[in-house]
Design a protein around this ligand. Structure first.
Ligand SMILES: C[S@@+](CC[C@H](N)C(=O)[O-])C[C@H]1O[C@@H](n2cnc3c(N)ncnc32)[C@H](O)[C@@H]1O
Length: 322
């Protein structure tokens, strides 16, 4: 499905969250753009390509952990569960889990990118016709996208949050987000969540600065999106992609570096860029097992168990509300 994105009409621009967030982020001393806006339809497709790259070990490592341990994971989730997936994307990873679960009571994916989510819903419904899929489009940090859950009464709810999406939040924001997730759950409900582990910076940087330049295209796509939806005039050739590991913060930071001093207009507002100045577009935080268990505990979850690959690159954790 290919849907052209039309610019937000002028009378709606004023009320657009996207515009508000972009103007606020670019007004900060360190210019930033929220990473959730990387995922329009083009961005989501580019992210799918990233997941296939040799340099991007995360997806295949996580997939191997799921394949190896899916029976134990399904047992841990138990029968009659409703699987809720915030940031579901193309919903590919959940299929293996849904196939192994005993009598799941449904699947509730949430994503900000409607095209990719609706295509995924159609695919899952065709492949697993016995599973009721309720797709919820919007920002998973907002209460409205969780409203549909009140119409479903499963034996238990399990949040599925793979892909190291939690790493896109600073540890402080991750704790707040996990507390918010916990507030959607009851005693005995669970969380199955993937985290990337702290490792050699060369491996990390290669994953976010791949030799085929797909991550560069993904990063710059946010500027193209601002141009087409918010009436802006970014010249993508004036920016370069940069990704580096920050060992103290234990995160890979992704930036767009201005290659020259210039001015950009967005919805009538002017933004100056100095040569070498950057826009910070994404963080990908890395955790140790014990560090992530501490985070889970402080957010109200009880860590139950985790599964890793043999090289200790990646972990999938199961935690529950006790
Ligand atoms: C890193 S991808 C992970 C996709 C999938 N869960 C996986 O593991 O392959 C992040 C996904 O989360 C979605 N996303 C990011 N921030 C979001 C937000 N605040 N609300 C809803 N969806 C979001 C994006 O559209 C994208 O599909």
């Amino acid at each position: 499905m290919n849907m052209a994105v039309s610019p937000i009409p002028d009378d709606k621009l004023q009320n657009s969250d996207f515009l508000t967030d972009v103007l606020a982020g670019l007004s900060e001393e360190q210019k930033t753009l929220p990473c959730k806006y990387l995922y329009d339809e083009a961005g989501s497709r580019l992210f799918e390509q990233i997941c296939e790259l040799d340099d991007y070990y995360l997806t295949r490592t996580e997939a191997a952990i799921f394949r190896e341990h899916i029976t134990a994971m399904a047992q841990q989730v138990g029968p009659g569960a409703l699987i809720v997936e915030p940031g579901a994307g193309n919903c590919e990873k959940v299929e293996l889990l849904l196939e192994h679960l005993q009598a799941p009571s449904g699947y509730y994916p949430i994503d900000i990118s409607p095209e990719i989510l609706l295509a995924a819903k159609a695919r899952i419904t065709a492949r697993l016709p016995n599973i009721e899929v309720t797709a919820s489009i919007g920002d998973f940090t907002q209460a409205d996208v969780w409203q549909g859950l009140k119409d479903i009464t499963p034996r238990k709810r399990v949040l599925f949050f793979p892909g190291s999406t939690i790493g896109n939040f600073t540890p402080e924001h991750a704790e707040v987000l996990l507390e918010f997730f916990a507030s959607k759950l009851s005693r005995g409900d669970g969380l199955l969540i993937g985290t990337d582990l702290v490792k050699d910076s060369i491996v990390l940087e290669r994953a976010y600065c791949d030799s085929e330049h797909v991550t560069e295209e993904f990063n710059k796509n946010i500027l193209a999106r601002i141009n087409s939806e918010l009436n802006a005039n970014f010249d993508l050739a004036h920016f370069a992609h940069r990704a580096f590991y920050h060992p103290l913060r234990q995160r890979v930071e992704m930036h767009l570096v201005s290659l020259k001093s210039h001015t950009v207009q967005i919805a009538g507002r002017k933004f100056e860029f100095a040569e070498g100045e950057t826009i910070h577009t994404e963080n990908s935080h890395k955790y140790s097992i014990s560090g992530f268990n501490r985070l889970l505990s402080s957010a109200g979850f009880t860590p139950i168990r985790h599964w890793c690959d043999s090289e200790q690159r990646y972990a999938v954790h199961y935690a529950q509300i006790s």
